[in-house]
Every structure is written in structure tokens, then in C-alpha cells.
Design a protein around this ligand. Sequence first.
Ligand code: FEO
Length: 391
Amino acid sequence: MGFQKIRKDVYYVGVQDWNRRTFDELIPLPDGTSYNAYVVRGSEKIALIDAVDPPKIEELLTNLRKLGISKLDYVISNHAEQDHSGGIPMVLEMYPEAVVVTNSKCKIFLQDLLNIPAEKFLEIKHEDTLSLGNKTLKFLLAAWVHWPETMFTYLEEDKILFPGDLFGSHMASSELFVLDEAKVYFAAKRYFAEIMMPFRTNIQKHMDMLNNYELEIIAPTHGQVYDNPEFILEQYKNWISDGVENKVLIPYVSMHGSVEKMVNYLTEKLTEYKVTVIPFNMSVTDIGEFAMELVDAATVVIGSSTVHVGPHPKMIYAAYLTNILRPKAKFASIIGSYGWGSRMVDMIKDLLTNFKGELLEPVISKGYPKEVDFKALDELAELIAMKHKNL
Ligand code: FEO
């Protein structure tokens, strides 16, 4: 894609990864992704903000050459995860005079992960500034967004925030700036759910800090650049708030139809109560879609068949994933069936260590659901509807 101008002497030099389909061997990437890197050319010094994933490093170096960068003074590392930092050693090979600018925690990560020698670093602290001549970079430490070393870089004169992964979206695009906010809304929400949701309390704190800065552009490390920062800031305010919607998610697996019958019945009953319901058959579900709905669902009902007295392994995965994403759901329950014996409920409960809401009485049928089970599902639906009314 080459480099693109953002403002006078501020350039996008990152790389689009159109064909990547999974991240961290976990997260589906239906729209690919990008590794965004930026150059700020001051009157005296030049800085590169973040690098790219190692398989794409040649494209970044080509962009720097095309931009005419023959000497680089600083490489700012906002975040040590290798999709951004992994290319730094190759940048240092091409520009041996460059110094890596980062905080003490990130410095340790970069030494551990990439063997960058200690003498290559300029260590900065919270709110330190670095002058490039007529442009000034200010560093804002933002721990646990989403690693402990994460930080933001703020370009004072142009009022541009480089927040690393925060506010990003996994989306490859030839368009530098957000043009279609509706499209980016879904990509950014999916990304928030998969990566940022477990840290929403910390994000709140760091967003409060950002209130002290005028922002004209937000330039994250994935996805498009926001020239209307209010758009993404508003979405994040909603997503990190405690507010939930009148919505029930039912992730489930059904081996022989009993659980599916219960899921369908509960779905129908909740719909009658005007509760939004989304069943997710975990055998075919894109976990990004499920995670995205976890952002604001009030209730999660886990549905599982029994395999050797425990939950179906796919539901162990689903419960574990739900737990580590730390959604703000207020209510949970478990439904399912078994043949000869089941410890399913206890085993699923044991996986939900981060859930601080109310667990509603599970409904477990022996074999195919019968009248008594449907009656219990009626009661569960009524209870959920009542709880949602009182939110
Ligand atoms: Fe895009 Fe946390 O790396």
C-alpha cells in the first residue's frame, strides 16, 4: 500500500495483512488485519512509532525507504507484543543509529522477547516528552491495556494520539481514515470484545486521563485511523460502562438433540417476554461473534450435553473463554441433559471464577426433556425476564 500522509510530516508506514485469518491461534480475522506504524518527521529528529509483525517487515522497510528516511533517530515502542515489536530488530539493522524509546516494563519485555541489548534503549517515564525539533512526543503510561507495559504516545503539535492496540480493529483496508463508521463499529466492537474487554476497568481510568488532551486524530496499531475520534471514544464509553442490554446469549452444544430442544424452547419463551435471545451453536460459531455479543448481554445461559459425566469439551472451552473475557453479564444459568449421571453443572460453575453476578437455578434433564423440564425452563424464562426488567 506504500506510505500515506496523515498530516504535514506525519506518515502512515504500516502494512495491511489482507489474508491473515487467525490471531494468537485463537481469534478469527474475517477481514484480515493491519499492523500500523507511523513516522513523525521533526525539524531535527525523526521517530518511527511502532513496527510490524516480522513476516511483514520488508514492507515497512520499503515504506521507510520510499519516504526517504535515510537516518532514523528513534523507534517508539508503545507495546511489546510481537505483531508490533517483532520487526524492531530489523529496523535497528537498517538504522543502527536509532534508539528504542519506551518505558521500563516494555524495555524488559523487548529484551526478553527480542534480545534487544540494554544499551539500545532510551527509557522514559509517564508524561515525559521527547523533542523532535518542531514536534514533541509525550508519553502516557497506560498499564494493562492490554499488557502491563502498554503506553500511548501523544504528538502535541498535531494533537494525534497513538494509543497502540487500544481503539483498534482487526481490519485490512486501503483507506487510511475511517470512511464507513458502521462497518468499523462492528470490527472495533469485535476487537474490543476479544482483546480489551477483560481490562475495561483499566481502560476507564486511562480514558479519564485522555480527557486532559485535545484529540484530533487517533491512530491505533490495527485497523483504520480515526479523524473523528469522538466516534470511537463514544463507543468505548458504552462498552466499558456497567450498562447491559435486555439480551440473553445461549452458547450450547447438543449431541443428540435434547439440549437443542431445550435451547429452542427457552429461546421461544424468552422471545415471548420480549427478551432478545441469541443461541450460539458452539460447533459452528465464530467465537468473535459470540465475544462481540458478550460486550453488553445481561445474561448468559450455557447449554451442554454430558460427556463422561462432565460438560461437552466444546462447552468447557466456551465457559473458559467467557470467563477470561470477563463480560459484564449480571446473570448466568446452565441448562443441559445427561444419560446416566452428570457433574456438568459443578464443573461449569468451577470454570466461571470471574463471574460476580447471580447464578439462576440450572435446568438439567435426564435424557430428552420432559414436561417437568419444560416447566423449569418456563420458570427460568420468566425469572430472566423479571430480572431484566429490574436492570
Ligand atoms: Fe496488536 Fe497486543 O498486539
